[in-house]
Structure formats: structure tokens, C-alpha cells
Design a protein around this ligand. Structure first.
Ligand code: FMN
Length: 166
């Protein structure tokens, strides 16, 4: 039976919430862990890695974590973001994550929106770097919601079916 790790990084709980849904979609020998408590991924056959989009990119601890995954390892990526699903702003960090994991075998990816406090939006929105996504993020206030969690579960089941076919 495959040994599966779901590792996540989360500052305000949105990505943790989705990581729990990803985890709930899995059966068998599985572990859910914060990235900061994960030393070594070599014992696992399949590793899910979840992160929030931060400043148009992958948070540094996640970047370090992704770069340390051994070549050839089967992985799946998921993210949460304030920007609109499908927008370039929501995809750019995932695209970067794909580049830095190009030596691994990425089976698939998933992303959904995640809320951010109005206070943080106001403060960040004052800087030109953050203006575009903070404008979009106002409407992320109810996410992640039950549907996002259901989709995250469906994502993890889909990844397992790909893993089984491989
Ligand atoms: C400092 C900061 C920077 C962020 N940068 C972006 C960004 O560039 N693009 C985006 O779509 N969302 C951005 N967000 C929104 C987060 O990605 C979103 O709220 C996410 O769900 C937070 O996940 P977490 O609760 O797991 O930390 C940012 C949030 C913060 C606090």
C-alpha cells in the first residue's frame, strides 16, 4: 500500500483547511503534517504539498521544501489564493512551483480561493505590488467553503487513481 504524506504551509488557516479536505479524500497509510514538522519525505511514495500564494509566489519555506524533494518522487500540488480562480494572478505561484519541482513527477495540481482579512487587504492594497490581487480578493471572503473542500477531496481521489495507473 502506498505511503502518503499531505504536507502544508498555512499562515491563517485556509491552506490547512484544504489540506484537511485533501487528507479526508485519501484512504490507507496517510500522514497530515505542517511543512515545518516534516524533515524527510523519502519514506513516502506520494507527497501532496499545499501552500498559499504570497506576493505572487511560493512562500520561502515551501520553496525550500519543494527544492529538497528527491528527483523522481511522485507529488501533487495545491494552493489557495485571494485572486480570482483562473486569473494569471492565481496561477503564477503554481507555475513557479511546477518549475522548481521539474525533477519530480507532478501528478496534478489544484487551487481554490482563500479569504484574507479586510484590514490586511487595506494595508497590502496600498502598495502597487499588491494592488491587483487585493482588489480581487475582496470577493474571496467566504472561501474556502464546503464546495472547495469537496473539490479538494475529489482532487486527492483523482491523484490516487493516477498514482494507481502509473
Ligand atoms: C502577505 C500576503 C500576500 C499575499 N499575496 C497574494 C498574491 O500575490 N496573490 C494572491 O492571489 N493572493 C495573495 N494572498 C492571499 C492568500 O494567498 C490567501 O488569503 C490564502 O488563502 C492564505 O492562506 P493561509 O490562510 O493558508 O495562509 C496574500 C496574502 C498575504 C497575507
Amino acid at each position: 500500500m502506498a505511503k502518503i504524506l499531505v504536507a502544508y504551509y498555512s499562515r491563517t488557516g485556509n491552506t490547512k483547511n484544504i489540506a484537511e479536505a485533501v487528507f479526508a479524500g485519501l484512504d490507507g497509510d496517510k500522514t497530515l503534517q505542517n511543512i515545518k514538522d516534516t524533515e524527510d519525505v523519502s519514506p513516502y511514495d506520494l507527497v501532496f504539498v499545499g501552500f498559499p500564494v504570497q506576493s505572487h509566489s511560493v512562500p520561502l519555506p515551501v520553496e525550500d521544501f519543494l527544492k529538497a524533494i528527491p528527483p523522481g518522487k511522485k507529488i501533487a500540488l495545491f494552493s489557495t489564493h485571494g485572486s480570482l480562480t483562473g486569473s494569471r494572478l492565481s496561477r503564477e505561484a503554481m507555475e513557479y512551483a511546477m518549475v522548481i519541482t521539474s525533477q519530480t513527477k507532478v501528478l496534478g495540481s489544484f487551487s481554490c480561493r482563500g479569504k484574507i482579512s479586510l484590514q490586511a487587504l487595506e494595508t497590502l492594497g496600498r502598495s502597487p505590488e499588491h494592488q491587483a490581487w487585493t482588489e480581487m480578493a475582496v470577493s474571496a471572503a467566504s472561501h474556502p467553503d464546503e464546495r472547495d473542500r469537496e473539490e479538494a477531496k475529489a482532487f486527492s481521489r483523482w491523484i490516487i487513481s493516477l498514482y494507481a495507473q502509473d
